[in-house]
Design a protein around this ligand. Structure first.
Ligand code: BGC
Length: 256
């Protein structure tokens, strides 16, 4: 393991809780990049708060993160003041759990909890594909679900949950997430028809100046972004699957 020196405003720590893995790494907050190779623990099949808290402890132990270091943790659900208010793709017993308090009790660390797409969006605006962009940026992450981050002139409006817009009678992410493409064996062209409808509705409601598309599938952006027609440009995320860790670390450092 590389030796890392943590320091406020310079190097912090981020953990990204996802449906298949819980990944953490030290992050360089000035440069917006990982300061060491990330460490991943598979998400337990029974992804209860207690089981996930064990994984968080493993990640923090792996890097021997000092107690006084600000830790940012993402969660794939609505987060208000450290409390999980929705859990579409993890165990339902998360709803109502104070994750900040759980982390404090089980690991002793002070943690800032943030929605996964919000963390990724914040990182893309501060360091990545939307850096320097004025006005409204909408970051959409396509994965197990669809996450959204709305940023206006660099300020994040948290918990927009645009993956759950009801479109044509469906919860949008159950039609257009990339997991649905995989599950139903859709070609990029077939999937793009669904994405087009989704982007059209989102654009009509929010008129962003720029769309950023994140999530694992964004590495194949040239296979589907050119098929989408919107007024605002659509660009792939620059920080890819590291955006959550980096954004969480940066937000935690800001709040500490
Ligand atoms: C959740 C969001 C999350 C998104 C991506 C959705 O199902 O409701 O909170 O950001 O998935 O993980």
């Amino acid at each position: 393991m590389t030796q890392v020196t943590y320091e406020r405003g310079q190097v912090g720590f981020g953990i990204d809780i996802g449906g298949s893995g819980i990944k953490g790494a030290p992050a360089d907050i000035r440069a917006g990049e990982l300061a060491a190779k990330r460490f991943r623990v598979p998400t337990p099949a029974e992804s209860t708060p207690e089981a996930v808290a064990d994984c968080l402890a493993q990640v923090l132990d792996h890097f021997e993160v000092p107690q006084q270091t600000a830790v940012g943790i993402t969660f794939p659900g609505i987060i208000q003041h450290g409390v999980v208010l929705s859990s579409a793709n993890l165990h339902k017993s998360w709803i109502g759990t104070d994750l900040a308090d759980l982390v404090r009790r089980t690991t002793g660390h002070h943690a800032t909890i943030v929605n996964d797409a919000d963390a990724a969006g914040y990182a893309e605006v501060r360091y990545g594909a939307a850096r320097g962009q004025d006005g409204v940026v909408l970051v959409l992450t396509l994965g197990t679900g669809i996450g959204s981050a709305l940023i206006n002139d660099g300020r994040l409006v948290p918990n927009t949950e645009l993956g759950h817009l009801e479109i044509d009678g469906y919860d949008a992410e159950t039609r257009a997430a990339s997991s649905v493409k995989d599950r139903e064996g859709l070609s990029y062209e077939e999937w793009a028809v669904r994405l087009q409808r989704y982007f059209e509705v989102v654009e009509y409601l929010f008129s962003p100046d720029l769309f950023v598309v994140g999530g694992g599938v964004s590495k194949d952006h040239e296979k589907f972004i050119p098929l989408l027609k919107t007024r605002a440009p659509i660009v792939p995320a620059a920080l890819r699957n590291q955006a959550g860790i980096i954004g969480a670390a940066a937000l935690a450092d800001r709040d500490f």
